[in-house]
Design a protein around this ligand. Structure first.
Ligand SMILES: *[C@@H]1O[C@H](CO)[C@@H](O)[C@H](O)[C@H]1NC(C)=O
Ligand SMILES: *[C@@H]1O[C@H](CO)[C@@H](O)[C@H](O)[C@H]1NC(C)=O
Length: 135
């Protein structure tokens, strides 16, 4: 029941976005209630909107989808609005974080998985990510 309501709501939101002239640069995969499809759509959005292909995809003990951007290579401030837009359009409450680094985070809890480019070439290689429960 809740799922049906959320789906209607998201259709309404994307319908509004279309009316208001926002167009996506790609065709998202139809949602199937899995975090996998939402993660792939989010990553495709980031890639289509300028995140470099070598952006590191990582995860942690909490199964957060984590992106790790190298501040030496890209002005990460320009990535913030892109990240916010893709997250709002596609993540549907996925647990998500974006690290920006000069030296790669020395954090035992953070495990690099793949790059953005490789993740999109081979989406099945992505681990399962967590969706934060809506309260
Ligand atoms: C959709 O996902 C939620 C949360 O992961 C789950 O509780 C629910 O059972 C799923 N519904 C269907 C129809 O798969
Ligand atoms: C970050 O980018 C710089 C410049 O390209 C590069 O020299 C450095 O190795 C990168 N760091 C990592 C951890 O990839």
């Amino acid at each position: 029941m809740h799922t049906a309501i959320l789906t209607y709501f998201s259709l309404l939101v994307s319908g509004l976005a279309t009316l208001l002239g926002e167009r996506h640069l790609f065709q998202p995969i139809p949602r199937d209630n899995s975090t996998h499809v939402d993660a792939v759509n989010m990553l495709t959005c980031l890639s289509a909107s300028g995140f470099p292909g070598n952006t590191v995809i990582a995860t942690d003990d909490a199964q957060s989808l984590t992106l790790v951007s190298n501040m030496t290579e890209i002005d990460t401030d320009t990535l913030d609005p892109v990240m916010a837009r893709c997250f709002n359009s596609f993540a549907y409450g996925l647990s998500f974080s974006h690290y920006k680094y000069v030296n790669f985070p020395d954090d035992d809890n953070l495990r690099p998985v793949t790059s953005l480019e490789d993740a999109l070439a081979n989406p099945d290689s992505l681990p399962e990510f967590l969706r934060l429960k809506r309260i």
